[in-house]
Design a binder for this molecule. Sequence first.
Ligand code: SF4
Length: 381
Amino acid sequence: MMNNRTGIYVHIPFCIKKCDYCDFISASNYELEDQYFEKLITEIQYRGNEERETDDGNKVINTIYFGGGTPSSVRLDNIRKVVTALKEKFNLAKLEEMTIEVNPGTCNNDNIQNYYEMGFNRLSIGVQSFDEEMLKRIGRIHNRADIYKTVDIAQKAGFKNISIDLMYGLPNDSLERLEKDLKLAMEMNLQHISTYGLIVEEGTKFYDELNEGRLLLPEEDELLQMRDLINRKLFDQGFKRYEIANYAKAGYESKHNLIYWNNDDYYGFGLNSTTKVDDRRYMNEPDILKYIGSNEFEKYNLEEITEVMKIEEAIFLGLRLIEGIDLVDYFNRYNIDIKEKYKKVIDELIDIKAMWLGDRTLRLTDYGFEISNYCLAKFLS
Ligand code: SF4
């Protein structure tokens, strides 16, 4: 467990078209782009100044992540201005990782090359599937050729740390389709793969289709087989599963996401993003017009993170990691002996073979990951 690291998340909410399964807050009104970026930069400057006043301005930033939405669908000069504002207001001397999410269909030599030159050293590509029919079915704007083009351009531009997202459990999905996707992914010299099982969220096109009986989804046992297939195929190709849904070649684990899972601090800039710094957590305005229109940066759901919350959240997040929780680090950080405090829960989970306890490690087993919601809930008071 690495401690005392800090990340910055920047939210770019624009997407060319809403995907059929997506419930993220995203906007397709690019007429608002310049106003949004103007406000985003003001927010970074404002919070950067606030940070200087409260914390001697010297918090070292370890990672930056531009997510969305589709950051690759907005103009380069806007991305560049945000990077400049971050450099001016935060201490980036020890920055290790700077990621930008891109979607095939919105990438070309120009934007990818420029991201690299701006200092981004990691790309996260929203591939989802290589299957043309499936891409259409889930409402994505890209095709397989766009994926190849994006990865090729990125590798030629110099990116040596490329991640892709893959989805499974999709409408009319099959093990054969997933196996083909995994095979094609393995041919691309990638460093990281995130996998997402479809969850049908309210307010999406899929939600309506489900209610109308038009969405045929795999049964639970087939989903289990899909997860098992992912584990086996990626393991065979040298990808280590390091978190419930994430796989990486050695040394390419997402440093930014590890900040969340290690319960470290992060700033969130832009629409609807969350900040958790120095035991305080708050969210930004979720409505784009209000975000653009307001002259203040209101902190929504502002809460002080209590000792109990810290202790539970660190367990909840740490158990998502394959290596689990380092009990010595945990004790040094929170002054809690997990083995003693949660003895009953741990014994119960060990009994059903969902948990493993070593001298200084507590972690879920493969079976524990399958029923992770059940296991994690046990630790909440
Ligand atoms: S590109 Fe991503 S954020 Fe945008 S609508 Fe699709 S899934 Fe949602």
